[in-house]
Write a protein that binds this ligand. Sequence first.
Ligand SMILES: [Fe+2]
Ligand SMILES: [Fe+2]
Length: 308
Amino acid sequence: MLKLTLQHSIRTLDNQLLFPPGTLLTEETLDAVIYSHRAYSYRTCPLLLYGSVKEDCLNFFSTPPYETIFSDKKPINDLLNLLETVHLSIPVLESLDYFKQHDFHTYSHILMVFALSTLLAEDLIPDYQECIQLSATGPTHDIGKICVPLPILKKATPLTKTERGFIEHHTAAGYVLLSYYYKGIQNLACGVALSHHERRDGSGYPRGIMLKDPIVEIIAVSDIYDALIKPRPYRPTAYDNRTALEEITEMAEQNKIGWDVVKVLIAHNRKSKPYYREIRISAEKRGIPPSYNVYGIIAEEEKKDSKD
Ligand SMILES: [Fe+2]
Ligand SMILES: [Fe+2]
């Protein structure tokens, strides 16, 4: 049973207020908003045919370390065929334009989580229809970031607790926005948006529940990996690939994420493309994380001017 107090407002890209701050988000409050919107219908469009998405994905595939992951021609053609079956509704696609214009990092991130999670799912989820459903959740997992002010999203110095709360708000915001556009919470994408920062040991957010769903976990691992191997505002240097994989292995050792999806990711990172169940993972840690990284450091709240 969902029960979450919203710390911040949730608005659509065209600035329609769905929930003000302080709302207790429950299935009933969400149903009421979805019901008020029931008459709207949206056109859909194949994601890969939208804007420059296909061209951008192909460019990202050829950038290290993805050039190794996506190096096998035949499986990549199969992957592209599968990606081409994903259709999204227009307001959801418009969020891509927003990120492409205002926060290119998030744009490339959502496209690569889309592609990488679909590739990993092919080994872990044998059901083709389920794979397509999972695939459609990758490009929408961070849609709630449209509700996070851009200066916070792109801040290069430590966040205050309040700013961190804004970042974490993207999970609930994504859940509400997708439930609103899909007219119900049943679409897999809603649950993925809400829970892709949860962890197996309950140490994640927004609810601190135990991550159990294998589909959400595939998105979560793709999300972590893509974040590590790219520069971020709070960490201008990316993790090198070896160190990124060691970080992810350590998360599996700590039971934050599962081993199978980590092994599939590592298998795809090897040129020989071994079967994931046959690979051995070394416990040795030889990587060196980037020296400047303010992720997780909490800054003092800025003092309000006493004259206010
Ligand atoms: Fe996220
Ligand atoms: Fe993400």
